[in-house]
Ligand binder design. Structure first.
Ligand code: GLY
Ligand code: MN
Ligand code: MN
Length: 507
C-alpha cells in the first residue's frame, strides 16, 4: 500500500520507501511476542569439511609469498539484481579456494591472514588465518524476524562462529571485530595491508581508510595474481571435485538429448534445452558455472549465443556449451554439437570431423613439459590444413599459420584452451609466463575446444557450409605421462554420438 500523504512521502528518504508497502507490526507487545517462545537450537552436526587439509596447505603457500604482510580475502557481498531483490550469493573463488566454503557461504565474510612471528602461525607458517563472519543472530533481535536479507525468518539460520570454525579448521571472529583487527600495527614502518581487489567495495573502503594509499593498488594486484596462480595446478581434492562436476554435467547432456523432442516442438526450443540443463544443475549442483549456450542452426556461429530463444529444427545441428558448478563451486565446461534428429548429414560430418581431428591433435600436444600455447598451435595446424584442402584459404596452410597471416582464424576466432576449476576461465589473473607461455604440469586442468563457424552470409565459403557451427569441448587433466580426458564418457566421435543419442531416445 502507498501512503496517502504526498507531502510526507516527499520528505521520506528514498532508501526508506521500500517499507511503505509493509504493514509489519511494530508495537512493543509484538516485539516481545515474536522474539519469545522458541525452542532451543538443535545440537550442531557440523564436522570438519573435506577440503580443510587442502585449504591449510594453500594458505601456507600464499603465506610464504607475502611474509610480514596482512592479507585480506573477502567472500564478497550480495549484488542487487533489481530494486530490492538480490542475485543468489556466490563467494569469490579466491575465498572459496582458501577456506573450502562453497555454495552461498558466507555473504560478507572476510578471511584475513595475519602476519605472526616467523614460524608461529598456522602449520608453522608466518600467518594466522582468521575468518571474520556475521554469525547467527539471536531470536531476541529484530534482525531475526525483520531483515529480509540476513534475518533467520527470511533466509534461514546462518552458521555460528563455532560451526564455521569446525567446518573450515580456521579460527573465527565476529565481523564487528574486523576493522580493529585490520588496523592493528599498521603504520609507516608497520604492517602492510593487501586486499583482493574488486570483490567487496565496503571492505576495500575500510582497508583504504586504514592504509596509506600510495602503491596500494599495485600491491593488491600482486595478491590477486598470486591467488590466481595458486590454482594453476590442482591438488588431489580439486581433481576429485572436477571429476564430480564433469560427471554431473554429462548427466545433464543426457537429459538434453531426452528433451530434444520437446525442444523441436516448442517455438523457443533452445530455451527448452537451456531450461533442462539449468534445472539439472540446480537439482544436482549449485548452479551452472556460466550461462548455458544452446545454439541451434546458424546461432551456433555466434560464439556466446545465450539468448537461446530460437527454434531447434530437425536436419540442423545444435551446439550446447554447458557446465554444472557443483556445491564446492568447481565447474565443468563441455560442448557437444549434436544432430537434432540424431544423424549427421554428410557435410555436417565433414566439418565435425575436422574439428574433432583438431581436438585430437591438441590432446596429443597436452603433455607435461609442453607449453600451454603448443596445445592451441597443434589444433590450429589441423584447422588450417583442412580449410586449405577445402579451398577456403587464399594462401597455403603453412603460410596461413605464420603469425603475420592467420587467415584460418576467420573461422575460429577464439582460443583452443583455458584453465578450468572454481571459475570457468580459471586462473585469469595469472601472468602470461605461467599461463600462455607456461609449461604444462601434472594436475593442471584446462579445456580443449576447437571449433569451426561458417556464418550464413560468409561469401568466402561454399553454400553447403554456410550456417554450420561446430565446437567440441572437453576438460583435460595433465597427468605424469600425458593427459586424461575427464569428459571422455560423453561421446565425441560422430558414430558414437549418433549411437548414444539413439540409445537415449529409445530408452
Ligand atoms: N563456455 C565458455 C567457454 O567455453 O569458454
Ligand atoms: Mn571453455
Ligand atoms: Mn564452453
Amino acid at each position: 500500500m502507498w501512503p496517502m500523504n504526498a507531502e510526507s512521502t516527499a520528505e521520506q528518504p528514498l532508501a526508506d520507501r521500500g517499507s511503505n508497502r509493509s504493514q509489519r507490526p511494530s508495537s512493543a507487545e509484538f516485539l516481545r511476542f515474536i522474539t519469545s517462545g522458541w525452542g532451543g537450537r538443535p545440537e550442531s552436526t557440523v564436522t570438519r569439511g573435506p577440503a580443510a587439509d587442502a585449504t591449510a596447505r594453500r594458505r601456507s603457500e600464499i603465506s610464504g609469498r607475502f611474509p610480514g604482510e596482512r592479507l585480506v580475502v573477502p567472500a564478497g557481498t550480495f549484488k542487487v539484481r533489481s530494486n530490492d531483490t538480490d542475485y543468489r550469493f556466490r563467494p569469490h573463488s579466491a575465498f572459496a579456494h582458501l577456506t573450502g566454503l562453497g555454495a552461498e557461504q558466507e555473504p560478507d565474510a572476510v578471511l584475513v591472514l595475519h602476519p605472526v612471528e616467523d614460524g608461529s602461525g598456522d602449520d608453522g607458517s608466518g600467518h594466522e588465518a582468521v575468518l571474520y563472519i556475521r554469525p547467527l543472530a539471536g531470536r531476541d533481535t529484530e534482525e531475526f524476524f525483520s531483515d529480509s536479507r540476513y534475518g533467520e525468518f527470511w533466509v534461514g539460520a546462518r552458521p555460528t562462529l563455532e560451526e564455521i570454525e569446525t567446518l573450515t579448521g580456521v579460527r573465527t571472529a565476529h565481523i564487528d571485530d574486523l576493522r580493529d583487527a585490520l588496523a592493528k600495527d599498521v603504520g609507516e614502518d608497520g604492517v602492510q595491508l593487501r586486499i583482493v581487489p574488486d570483490v567487496d567495495e565496503a571492505i576495500e573502503a575500510v582497508v583504504e581508510d586504514i592504509r596509506a594509499a600510495e602503491q596500494a593498488g599495485a600491491r593488491d594486484e600482486v595478491l590477486a595474481e598470486a591467488l590466481s596462480e595458486l590454482r594453476l595446478v590442482k591438488d588431489a581434492h580439486e581433481v576429485e571435485q572436477m571429476r564430480r562436476a564433469v560427471a554431473t554435467t554429462i548427466e545433464g547432456f543426457e537429459k538434453i538429448v531426452r528433451a530434444l523432442p520437446d525442444a523441436i516442438a516448442h517455438q523457443r526450443g533452445e530455451r527448452v534445452i537451456e531450461g533442462t540443463f539449468v534445472g539439472h544443475a540446480r537439482q544436482e549442483g549449485n548452479a551452472v558455472g556460466y550461462e548455458t549456450i544452446a545454439a541451434a542452426g546458424e546461432h551456433a556461429t555466434t560464439l556466446h549465443w545465450i539468448d537461446n530463444d530460437g527454434h531447434v529444427r530437425e536436419g540442423e545441428l545444435v551446439l550446447v556449451d554447458a557446465g554444472v558448478e557443483i556445491d564446492s563451486l568447481y565447474t565443468a565446461d563441455i560442448t557437444r554439437t549434436l544432430p537434432v534428429d540424431g544423424t549427421f548429414t554428410e557435410v555436417q560430418r565433414r566439418v565435425y570431423q575436422a574439428v574433432l581431428d583438431a581436438a585430437d591433435a591438441a590432446f596429443a600436444a597436452a603433455v607435461p613439459g609442453a607449453r600451454f600455447r603448443d596445445v592451441h598451435a597443434a589444433a590450429m595446424k589441423v584447422i588450417a590444413e583442412r580449410l586449405s584442402e577445402w579451398g577456403l584459404l587464399p594462401v597455403s596452410a603453412q603460410e596461413s599459420l605464420l603469425p603475420e597471416n592467420q587467415h584460418h582464424r576467420r573461422w575460429m576466432v577464439h582460443g583452443t584452451s583455458h584453465h578450468l576449476g572454481l571459475d570457468v576461465h580459471d586462473c585469469a589473473q595469472a601472468r602470461a609466463e605461467l599461463y600462455l607461455d607456461g609449461v604444462l604440469e601434472p594436475g593442471m586442468v584446462f579445456t580443449i575446444e576447437p571449433g569451426l563457424y561458417f556464418k550464413s552470409d560468409d561469401l568466402l565459403v561454399p553454400q553447403e557450409y554456410r550456417g554450420i557451427g561446430v565446437r567440441i569441448e572437453d576438460d583435460v587433466l595433465v597427468t605424469a605421462h600425458g593427459n586424461e580426458n575427464l569428459s571422455a564418457a560423453l561421446p565425441r566421435e560422430p558414430a558414437a554420438v549418433e549411437a548414444w543419442m539413439k540409445k537415449l531416445r529409445n530408452g
